[in-house]
Design a protein around this ligand. Structure first.
Ligand code: CP
Length: 343
């Protein structure tokens, strides 16, 4: 492989200190330099994932359990691929086929996984805080793959990595002052919450846009500017991140109809024209085409980075699994695997 560019001097500690977190529960727990470190670590895995042979034995002998209590395509598959490409044994537990269906509690399930001596547990759950609850009961690193409306930290990290790649293509190195508009079901979105935290930590200026019923009360306290008019929120936007309606978290009617929602909040080609001329389009998936985003925009070559987001998801999850298991493997936490290539 050609040499990896070194990180800017002093951005994060070098050498033998341990990465200071056992678990990855949310972006809210991370300092900016820790976010940057995970992004930088992921670059080596982006490169590996683009090679014909995508296998290393960095996590050889380790067992990773993906325990998903909610449906997933991208997150589950990319954690599974990430673990396997790093050489770990990966097991998936789907709640629908588990003893959860027989009434086993979350804590008993956690203790069961712990007794099997997993080396890392990845959890998705519909309840905010459920992942932290499990982390408090097990002996290995726990990674949050999305908990209720709370956080989806690896999604925000992969979004930042995909965005950083796109910005660098255009000759821009940093997020400082980058104007990002996040539009859709902000109220129920853990992706919005994690992205607000991560994008602001990296220096971006974040606007959020939603119908009044789907805008969290007091969202200004997160440092974002709220909008109910999508047209106004798009003015000057350099990045537009669309979110789907999270119908599975809604009790009652939050929008009159998907058609009405599209009329006011759907990203159509005409609406995208209100943003900056080269504005970047993002969506964490799954998309509801023709509701929050039109196909002409979702598939717009050179502007939409939706498939890049998916690609970066594997690399970011490889970085998180590698870094968080280093303590148990006796590897210095802040020392990148390929640090030798940097000197
Ligand atoms: N973005 C995301 O979390 O997608 P999945 O629900 O398919 O994992």
């Amino acid at each position: 492989m050609p040499p990896i560019q070194p990180p800017a001097a002093g951005r994060y500690p070098a050498g033998g200190l341990a990465f200071p977190h056992r678990d990855l529960l949310g972006i809210g727990q991370l300092q900016t330099h820790e976010i940057l470190y995970l992004l930088d670590e992921a670059e080596q895995w982006v490169r590996l994932n683009r090679m014909p042979s995508k296998h290393t034995d960095v996590l050889s002998g380790l067992t990773i359990i993906n325990a998903f209590f909610e449906n997933s395509t991208r997150t589950l598959l990319s954690f599974e691929i990430a673990g396997k490409r790093l050489g770990a044994d990966v097991v998936n537990m789907h709640a629908a086929q588990s003893s959860v269906k027989k009434g086993e509690t979350l804590i008993d399930t956690a203790m069961t996984l712990n007794a099997m001596r997993a080396d890392a547990i990845v959890i998705r759950h519909s309840s905010s805080g459920a992942v932290a609850l499990i982390a408090g009961r097990v002996d290995c690193p726990v990674l949050n793959a999305g908990d209720g409306q709370h956080e989806h930290p690896t999604q925000a990290l992969l979004d930042a990595l995909a965005l950083r790649h796109k910005l660098r293509e255009g000759g821009r190195e940093e997020f400082n002052g980058l104007r990002v508009t996040i539009c859709g079901d902000i109220l129920h979105s853990r992706v919005a919450r994690s992205n607000i935290l991560s994008l602001q930590a990296l220096g971006a200026v974040v606007r959020v846009c939603a119908p009044p019923a789907l805008m969290p009360m007091g969202i200004e306290a997160m440092g974002v500017e709220p909008f109910h008019s999508f047209d106004a929120a798009l003015d000057g936007a350099e990045v537009v991140m669309m979110l789907r309606l999270q119908n599975e978290r809604m009790q009652g009617q939050f929008v009159p109809s998907p058609r009405e929602f599209r009329h006011l909040y759907g990203l159509t080609p005409q609406r995208l024209a209100l943003a900056e001329p080269d504005a970047i389009v993002m969506h964490p998936g799954p998309m509801n085409r023709g509701v929050e985003i039109d196909s002409e925009v979702a598939d717009l070559a050179g502007r939409s980075i939706i498939t890049d987001q998916v690609e970066m998801g594997v690399a970011i999850r490889m970085a998180c699994l590698d870094v968080l298991t280093r303590r148990a493997r006796g590897v210095p936490g802040w020392a990148p695997v390929n640090r030798a290539q940097w000197v």
